[in-house]
Write a protein that binds this ligand. Structure first.
Ligand code: GLY
Length: 374
């Protein structure tokens, strides 16, 4: 029988532990962020000053209860609000955050709380990683994508004009608080984007989870609390397992989480950033990677159709629109998994098991892209 997640008996919160060489940290799933945060801050430091970094969209909806909760627990808390969107994941925004930290700096420990989606998490996490060579931080994700992926595993940083995430560090948070109530204000398109990453976990490493998603995608999109908490917990458990084996993304184990991303990133770039959201591009990318796996005789057509159906049920795109097939290839060649000029891709060995493999000749990839055009 599979081991169940440790539960906090009183609250029903699921606790997933991420184990890393530096120690590890808990992910509280199903928790009220306002209830859990003050206690976690006290655990981190007896006397701290807190900077909650968030973006304009999230601030309007969620900052006040958190500031109140921290202040009521007797700690000093300030908010630092950045503009919303990936185009602000820049050196300039990072600089503003660390300047604010330096203004707040006194005898007390500084702790950063990243309240938001992937952009806030990456920027605030990197500010924590770099200020005074590292101060503590907490992740409070407010998108499904951040709950199941970007808030877990310590990838932090910002983009440069030449590419995404070119500056950054692996720097683990003190804890992650995944509060499903924060997702209820999420626009449906964002929720669907997070679902692409949820589906990814099933196909990459958890066949039984695929079946559960097929049965209950409707409940998840309706944000049924039990269904959402259970899916987030499952994804966090899977991600924690991967991070424990390959914290710094060096051995190839963590690279399987890149399933769909090589096609997806190329599509985002070739179609022009803004046409597809990241999760949408990953959804199409997963379908293409599965179709390539069929072509290479690794999985059956039935398996790839299963993925495509699930992606469709989640309301995500399965085909490319807005670029010529050839335009994707130069972007694919720049993928971070490329070694000695040789492109590598995450492919499927079965529905529930991914591998990183050398890519086939470009003409095969081009054929898959052509078949994947709308
Ligand atoms: N988002 C993939 C990773 O954290 O490795």
């Amino acid at each position: 029988m599979k081991k169940k997640a440790p539960q906090n008996e009183k609250s029903g919160i699921g606790i997933v532990r991420v184990r890393t060489p530096g120690g590890g940290y808990p992910i509280y799933v199903g928790a009220s962020a306002a209830d859990v945060l003050p206690g976690e801050l006290k655990r981190i430091s007896k006397e701290c000053r807190v900077l909650i970094v968030t973006d304009r969209n999230v601030a309007v909806l969620h900052i006040e209860p958190l500031l109140d909760a921290v202040r009521r627990a007797g700690m000093d808390a300030d908010a630092f609000i950045i503009p919303s969107g990936e185009r602000f994941k820049t050196f300039a925004t990072w600089k503003r955050i660390i300047e604010r930290l330096s203004e707040m700096d006194d005898k007390r420990d500084l702790v950063v709380c990243a309240l938001g989606g992937g952009v806030v998490g990456d920027l605030a996490g990197f500010a924590a990683a770099s200020y005074r060579r590292g101060i503590s931080y907490v992740q409070i994700p407010t998108t499904l994508l951040a709950c199941v992926d970007s808030s877990v595993g310590g990838k932090t940083g910002f983009d440069l004009p030449r590419g995404k995430n070119l500056v950054g560090a692996f720097y683990q948070p003190e804890c992650v608080i995944a509060d499903p109530a924060l997702l209820t204000t999420l626009p449906m398109r964002e929720l669907r984007c997070g679902m692409a990453e949820v589906i990814k976990y099933g196909f990459v490493m958890d066949a039984p989870f695929i079946g559960r998603l097929e049965k209950n995608m409707g409940g998840l999109l309706d944000l049924e609390p039990a269904a959402v908490s259970s899916a987030i917990e499952r994804c966090c458990r899977l991600k924690a397992r991967v991070v424990a084996q390959d914290e710094r993304d060096t051995s190839g184990v963590r690279a399987i989480l890149n399933f769909g991303h090589t096609f997806g990133h190329a599509m985002e770039a070739a179609c022009g950033y803004g046409r597809y959201k990241h999760g949408e591009a990953v959804a199409v990318g997963m379908v293409l990677a599965a179709e390539l796996s069929v072509k290479l005789g690794m999985i059956s057509k039935r398996d790839s159709e299963r993925l495509e159906r699930l992606v469709e049920t989640a309301g995500l795109p399965t085909r490319i629109r807005g670029a010529e097939p050839e335009e994707l290839l130069p972007f694919m060649r720049r993928d971070k998994k490329t070694r000695a000029g040789k492109l590598r891709l995450v492919l499927l060995e079965s529905a529930g098991r991914a591998v990183v493999a050398d890519a086939p000749p470009e003409k095969t990839i081009l054929q898959i892209i052509k078949n994947g055009m709308e």
